[in-house]
Design a protein around this ligand. Sequence first.
Ligand SMILES: [Zn+2]
Length: 349
Amino acid sequence: MDREPVMQRSPLRPVVRTLHAEQRRRLIPVRGLQFVSGTSLIVPYYHMVSDEDVPHVRHLYRFRSIKEFEADLEFLLRHFVPVGLNDVVALVDGRLTFPRPSFHLTFDDGFREVHDVVAPILRRRGVPATFFLATAFLDQRDIAHHNAISLVLDRLSRRSLRSHRDEIERIIPQSPAGPVDMMSRLSSISYRDRAVVDKIAAIVDLDLKQYLADSRPYLGSEEVRSLIRQGFTIGAHSHDHPLYRDLALADQIDQTKSSIDFLTAAFAIVERAFAFPHTDCGVGAEFFRTIFSTQIVSLSFGTAGLVPHFHRRNIERISMENTSAPAARILARQYARSLYHRCRSALSG
Ligand SMILES: [Zn+2]
Protein backbone atom coordinates (compact mmCIF):
# COMPACT_ATOMS: atom_id res chain seq x y z
CA MET A 1 0.00 0.00 0.00
CA ASP A 2 1.32 3.43 -0.93
CA ARG A 3 -0.01 5.93 1.54
CA GLU A 4 1.22 8.75 3.68
CA PRO A 5 3.00 7.39 6.76
CA VAL A 6 1.02 8.24 9.85
CA MET A 7 1.52 7.97 13.58
CA GLN A 8 -1.51 6.12 14.78
CA ARG A 9 -1.96 6.05 18.54
CA SER A 10 0.35 9.05 18.86
CA PRO A 11 -0.53 12.53 20.08
CA LEU A 12 2.35 13.80 17.91
CA ARG A 13 0.45 12.90 14.78
CA PRO A 14 -1.31 16.23 14.06
CA VAL A 15 1.97 18.14 14.19
CA VAL A 16 3.65 15.55 11.98
CA ARG A 17 0.92 15.95 9.41
CA THR A 18 1.55 19.71 9.36
CA LEU A 19 5.23 19.05 8.80
CA HIS A 20 4.46 16.72 5.93
CA ALA A 21 2.59 19.53 4.14
CA GLU A 22 5.41 21.94 4.84
CA GLN A 23 8.02 19.51 3.58
CA ARG A 24 6.23 18.82 0.32
CA ARG A 25 7.31 22.32 -0.70
CA ARG A 26 10.86 21.95 0.51
CA LEU A 27 12.05 18.50 -0.55
CA ILE A 28 15.40 18.70 -2.31
CA PRO A 29 17.07 16.26 -4.65
CA VAL A 30 17.22 13.75 -1.82
CA ARG A 31 15.11 11.70 -4.24
CA GLY A 32 18.32 11.23 -6.21
CA LEU A 33 20.10 10.16 -3.06
CA GLN A 34 17.21 7.86 -2.24
CA PHE A 35 17.68 6.23 -5.65
CA VAL A 36 21.41 5.92 -5.02
CA SER A 37 20.97 4.27 -1.64
CA GLY A 38 18.04 2.13 -2.77
CA THR A 39 16.15 2.96 0.43
CA SER A 40 13.32 5.34 1.26
CA LEU A 41 14.19 5.30 4.96
CA ILE A 42 17.14 6.44 7.00
CA VAL A 43 17.42 5.74 10.72
CA PRO A 44 19.83 8.10 12.51
CA TYR A 45 20.86 7.23 16.06
CA TYR A 46 22.13 9.20 19.01
CA HIS A 47 22.81 8.48 22.67
CA MET A 48 23.11 11.84 24.36
CA VAL A 49 22.18 15.46 23.72
CA SER A 50 23.39 17.89 26.36
CA ASP A 51 25.18 21.15 27.00
CA GLU A 52 26.55 19.66 30.22
CA ASP A 53 29.78 17.81 30.86
CA VAL A 54 28.14 14.34 31.42
CA PRO A 55 31.13 12.52 32.98
CA HIS A 56 29.67 9.01 32.44
CA VAL A 57 29.72 9.62 28.65
CA ARG A 58 32.26 12.33 27.84
CA HIS A 59 35.27 9.97 27.59
CA LEU A 60 33.45 7.53 25.28
CA TYR A 61 32.29 9.61 22.31
CA ARG A 62 31.55 13.15 21.28
CA PHE A 63 27.85 13.89 21.67
CA ARG A 64 25.71 16.70 20.27
CA SER A 65 25.05 19.95 22.12
CA ILE A 66 21.43 21.15 22.12
CA LYS A 67 22.21 23.66 19.38
CA GLU A 68 23.92 21.02 17.22
CA PHE A 69 21.02 18.61 17.71
CA GLU A 70 18.49 21.28 16.74
CA ALA A 71 20.55 21.98 13.60
CA ASP A 72 20.52 18.25 12.75
CA LEU A 73 16.76 18.20 13.22
CA GLU A 74 16.31 21.27 11.05
CA PHE A 75 18.28 19.61 8.26
CA LEU A 76 16.44 16.30 8.56
CA LEU A 77 13.03 18.00 8.55
CA ARG A 78 13.99 20.02 5.50
CA HIS A 79 14.84 16.93 3.46
CA PHE A 80 13.01 13.98 4.98
CA VAL A 81 9.58 13.15 6.40
CA PRO A 82 9.60 12.02 10.05
CA VAL A 83 7.91 8.65 10.58
CA GLY A 84 7.04 6.64 13.68
CA LEU A 85 8.13 3.13 14.63
CA ASN A 86 4.75 1.65 13.65
CA ASP A 87 5.28 3.00 10.12
CA VAL A 88 8.76 1.48 9.96
CA VAL A 89 7.34 -1.91 10.99
CA ALA A 90 4.59 -1.53 8.35
CA LEU A 91 7.25 -0.69 5.74
CA VAL A 92 9.26 -3.82 6.56
CA ASP A 93 6.05 -5.91 6.62
CA GLY A 94 5.22 -4.63 3.12
CA ARG A 95 1.99 -2.99 4.32
CA LEU A 96 3.27 0.52 3.54
CA THR A 97 5.68 2.31 1.25
CA PHE A 98 7.19 5.70 1.85
CA PRO A 99 6.61 7.87 -1.24
CA ARG A 100 9.16 10.40 0.01
CA PRO A 101 12.54 10.04 1.75
CA SER A 102 11.77 9.48 5.40
CA PHE A 103 13.61 9.23 8.70
CA HIS A 104 12.96 7.57 12.02
CA LEU A 105 14.93 9.00 14.92
CA THR A 106 16.39 6.66 17.55
CA PHE A 107 18.34 7.02 20.80
CA ASP A 108 20.23 4.26 22.60
CA ASP A 109 21.09 3.57 26.24
CA GLY A 110 18.10 5.22 27.95
CA PHE A 111 19.87 8.24 29.39
CA ARG A 112 17.78 10.63 31.48
CA GLU A 113 18.53 13.42 28.99
CA VAL A 114 16.24 11.84 26.40
CA HIS A 115 13.37 12.70 28.72
CA ASP A 116 14.67 16.02 30.05
CA VAL A 117 16.34 17.48 26.93
CA VAL A 118 15.46 15.54 23.77
CA ALA A 119 11.73 14.87 24.20
CA PRO A 120 10.75 18.56 24.66
CA ILE A 121 12.67 19.51 21.47
CA LEU A 122 11.10 16.68 19.47
CA ARG A 123 7.62 17.52 20.72
CA ARG A 124 8.02 21.14 19.65
CA ARG A 125 8.92 19.94 16.13
CA GLY A 126 6.37 17.08 16.11
CA VAL A 127 9.05 14.44 15.51
CA PRO A 128 8.48 10.86 16.69
CA ALA A 129 11.37 8.81 18.06
CA THR A 130 12.19 5.47 19.63
CA PHE A 131 14.26 5.24 22.80
CA PHE A 132 16.12 1.95 23.31
CA LEU A 133 16.77 0.99 26.94
CA ALA A 134 19.09 -1.58 28.50
CA THR A 135 16.76 -2.86 31.19
CA ALA A 136 19.42 -3.54 33.86
CA PHE A 137 20.03 0.20 34.17
CA LEU A 138 16.43 1.40 34.32
CA ASP A 139 15.69 3.21 37.61
CA GLN A 140 19.46 3.46 38.32
CA ARG A 141 19.59 -0.21 39.36
CA ASP A 142 23.07 -0.68 37.89
CA ILE A 143 25.59 1.14 35.71
CA ALA A 144 26.74 0.07 32.23
CA HIS A 145 30.38 -0.99 32.26
CA HIS A 146 31.28 1.55 29.55
CA ASN A 147 29.71 4.38 31.55
CA ALA A 148 31.70 3.22 34.58
CA ILE A 149 34.87 3.30 32.43
CA SER A 150 34.11 6.90 31.45
CA LEU A 151 33.74 7.80 35.14
CA VAL A 152 37.06 6.13 36.00
CA LEU A 153 38.75 8.00 33.15
CA ASP A 154 37.14 11.21 34.34
CA ARG A 155 38.43 10.63 37.86
CA LEU A 156 41.92 9.86 36.61
CA SER A 157 41.96 12.90 34.34
CA ARG A 158 41.27 15.15 37.30
CA ARG A 159 43.65 13.61 39.80
CA SER A 160 47.25 12.57 39.69
CA LEU A 161 47.45 9.17 38.05
CA ARG A 162 50.83 8.51 39.62
CA SER A 163 49.58 7.43 43.02
CA HIS A 164 47.30 4.78 41.47
CA ARG A 165 49.48 3.76 38.54
CA ASP A 166 51.17 0.71 40.08
CA GLU A 167 47.95 -0.75 41.41
CA ILE A 168 46.07 -0.26 38.11
CA GLU A 169 49.10 -1.54 36.17
CA ARG A 170 48.88 -4.84 38.04
CA ILE A 171 45.18 -5.22 37.12
CA ILE A 172 45.46 -4.28 33.44
CA PRO A 173 49.05 -5.11 32.42
CA GLN A 174 50.11 -4.19 28.91
CA SER A 175 49.57 -7.03 26.45
CA PRO A 176 51.83 -7.46 23.38
CA ALA A 177 49.07 -6.48 20.92
CA GLY A 178 47.17 -4.09 23.21
CA PRO A 179 47.44 -0.32 23.67
CA VAL A 180 50.52 1.02 25.42
CA ASP A 181 49.14 3.86 27.49
CA MET A 182 47.03 3.14 30.52
CA MET A 183 44.11 5.41 29.59
CA SER A 184 43.68 3.52 26.28
CA ARG A 185 43.88 0.20 28.10
CA LEU A 186 41.15 1.37 30.48
CA SER A 187 38.99 2.48 27.52
CA SER A 188 39.26 -0.91 25.89
CA ILE A 189 38.13 -3.05 28.85
CA SER A 190 35.39 -5.24 27.39
CA TYR A 191 31.99 -6.26 28.72
CA ARG A 192 33.45 -9.72 29.43
CA ASP A 193 36.02 -8.15 31.79
CA ARG A 194 33.59 -5.71 33.39
CA ALA A 195 34.43 -6.87 36.94
CA VAL A 196 37.85 -5.29 36.38
CA VAL A 197 36.19 -1.87 36.06
CA ASP A 198 34.66 -2.26 39.54
CA LYS A 199 38.10 -3.08 40.98
CA ILE A 200 39.68 -0.01 39.39
CA ALA A 201 36.76 2.18 40.49
CA ALA A 202 37.46 1.12 44.07
CA ILE A 203 41.16 2.00 43.66
CA VAL A 204 40.33 5.55 42.52
CA ASP A 205 37.70 5.96 45.27
CA LEU A 206 34.83 6.05 42.83
CA ASP A 207 31.56 4.96 44.43
CA LEU A 208 29.43 3.90 41.44
CA LYS A 209 26.28 3.35 43.52
CA GLN A 210 26.59 6.84 44.97
CA TYR A 211 27.07 8.26 41.47
CA LEU A 212 23.88 6.51 40.32
CA ALA A 213 21.97 7.94 43.29
CA ASP A 214 23.36 11.48 42.95
CA SER A 215 23.45 11.93 39.17
CA ARG A 216 20.58 9.65 38.01
CA PRO A 217 22.19 9.00 34.61
CA TYR A 218 19.40 6.75 33.31
CA LEU A 219 15.66 6.96 32.84
CA GLY A 220 13.34 5.99 35.66
CA SER A 221 10.13 4.02 35.08
CA GLU A 222 8.00 7.12 35.57
CA GLU A 223 9.99 9.00 32.93
CA VAL A 224 9.54 6.08 30.52
CA ARG A 225 5.78 6.19 31.12
CA SER A 226 5.86 9.93 30.49
CA LEU A 227 7.68 9.43 27.15
CA ILE A 228 5.08 6.86 26.09
CA ARG A 229 2.24 9.21 27.09
CA GLN A 230 3.86 11.88 24.90
CA GLY A 231 3.64 9.52 21.91
CA PHE A 232 7.22 8.27 21.77
CA THR A 233 8.08 4.60 21.43
CA ILE A 234 10.33 2.43 23.59
CA GLY A 235 12.47 -0.50 22.47
CA ALA A 236 14.92 -2.91 24.07
CA HIS A 237 18.70 -2.53 23.99
CA SER A 238 19.50 -5.86 25.76
CA HIS A 239 19.61 -6.46 29.52
CA ASP A 240 23.07 -5.13 30.40
CA HIS A 241 24.67 -4.01 27.15
CA PRO A 242 27.03 -6.84 26.10
CA LEU A 243 28.91 -7.05 22.83
CA TYR A 244 26.67 -9.59 21.09
CA ARG A 245 29.34 -11.24 18.95
CA ASP A 246 31.16 -12.26 22.15
CA LEU A 247 28.08 -14.09 23.49
CA ALA A 248 26.92 -17.66 22.83
CA LEU A 249 23.71 -17.84 20.79
CA ALA A 250 21.64 -18.84 23.85
CA ASP A 251 22.92 -15.78 25.76
CA GLN A 252 22.25 -13.48 22.79
CA ILE A 253 18.66 -14.71 22.69
CA ASP A 254 18.27 -14.51 26.47
CA GLN A 255 19.57 -10.91 26.60
CA THR A 256 17.16 -9.97 23.81
CA LYS A 257 14.07 -11.82 24.98
CA SER A 258 14.40 -10.92 28.67
CA SER A 259 14.76 -7.20 27.91
CA ILE A 260 11.81 -7.07 25.48
CA ASP A 261 9.62 -9.20 27.74
CA PHE A 262 10.44 -6.89 30.66
CA LEU A 263 9.48 -3.75 28.70
CA THR A 264 6.30 -5.40 27.40
CA ALA A 265 5.22 -6.34 30.94
CA ALA A 266 6.24 -3.04 32.55
CA PHE A 267 5.13 -0.56 29.88
CA ALA A 268 2.85 -2.49 27.52
CA ILE A 269 5.02 -1.62 24.52
CA VAL A 270 3.28 -2.42 21.23
CA GLU A 271 6.17 -3.03 18.83
CA ARG A 272 8.82 -5.52 19.94
CA ALA A 273 11.75 -3.46 18.63
CA PHE A 274 15.36 -4.15 19.54
CA ALA A 275 18.59 -2.19 18.95
CA PHE A 276 21.92 -4.02 19.26
CA PRO A 277 24.25 -2.68 21.96
CA HIS A 278 27.60 -1.63 20.41
CA THR A 279 27.15 -3.36 17.03
CA ASP A 280 25.35 -6.16 15.18
CA CYS A 281 28.59 -6.92 13.32
CA GLY A 282 29.57 -10.56 13.79
CA VAL A 283 26.10 -11.71 14.91
CA GLY A 284 25.21 -14.86 12.96
CA ALA A 285 22.22 -15.69 10.76
CA GLU A 286 20.90 -18.20 13.31
CA PHE A 287 20.27 -15.43 15.83
CA PHE A 288 18.19 -13.43 13.34
CA ARG A 289 16.33 -16.56 12.17
CA THR A 290 15.44 -17.42 15.79
CA ILE A 291 14.34 -14.00 17.05
CA PHE A 292 12.12 -13.29 14.05
CA SER A 293 10.66 -16.79 13.51
CA THR A 294 9.66 -17.01 17.20
CA GLN A 295 8.47 -13.38 17.17
CA ILE A 296 10.72 -12.46 20.11
CA VAL A 297 11.49 -9.35 18.04
CA SER A 298 9.45 -7.70 15.29
CA LEU A 299 12.20 -5.38 14.09
CA SER A 300 15.87 -4.91 14.97
CA PHE A 301 18.38 -2.13 14.41
CA GLY A 302 22.13 -2.25 13.89
CA THR A 303 24.80 0.44 13.73
CA ALA A 304 26.58 -0.20 10.41
CA GLY A 305 25.42 2.93 8.56
CA LEU A 306 23.46 3.25 5.34
CA VAL A 307 24.04 -0.29 4.09
CA PRO A 308 21.60 -3.19 3.77
CA HIS A 309 21.81 -6.10 6.21
CA PHE A 310 21.44 -9.71 5.10
CA HIS A 311 18.22 -10.00 7.13
CA ARG A 312 15.52 -7.66 5.86
CA ARG A 313 14.05 -7.12 9.36
CA ASN A 314 17.37 -5.77 10.68
CA ILE A 315 17.79 -2.11 9.71
CA GLU A 316 21.23 -0.54 9.88
CA ARG A 317 21.35 2.95 11.39
CA ILE A 318 23.53 6.02 10.92
CA SER A 319 25.56 7.35 13.86
CA MET A 320 25.17 11.10 14.33
CA GLU A 321 27.85 11.27 17.05
CA ASN A 322 31.64 11.12 17.45
CA THR A 323 32.01 13.99 15.02
CA SER A 324 31.51 17.73 14.90
CA ALA A 325 30.38 17.41 11.26
CA PRO A 326 26.87 18.70 10.53
CA ALA A 327 24.10 16.27 9.54
CA ALA A 328 24.47 17.21 5.85
CA ARG A 329 28.09 16.04 5.79
CA ILE A 330 27.38 12.87 7.79
CA LEU A 331 24.59 11.88 5.39
CA ALA A 332 26.60 12.82 2.27
CA ARG A 333 29.34 10.44 3.43
CA GLN A 334 26.77 7.73 4.13
CA TYR A 335 25.17 8.07 0.70
CA ALA A 336 28.61 7.99 -0.97
CA ARG A 337 29.43 4.82 0.98
CA SER A 338 26.05 3.35 0.05
CA LEU A 339 26.71 4.05 -3.63
CA TYR A 340 30.13 2.39 -3.37
CA HIS A 341 28.55 -0.73 -1.79
CA ARG A 342 25.86 -0.89 -4.45
CA CYS A 343 28.39 -0.54 -7.29
CA ARG A 344 30.67 -3.17 -5.75
CA SER A 345 27.85 -5.69 -5.27
CA ALA A 346 26.53 -4.99 -8.81
CA LEU A 347 30.02 -5.60 -10.24
CA SER A 348 30.59 -8.75 -8.20
CA GLY A 349 27.06 -10.02 -8.86
ZN1 LIG B 1 24.16 1.27 23.69
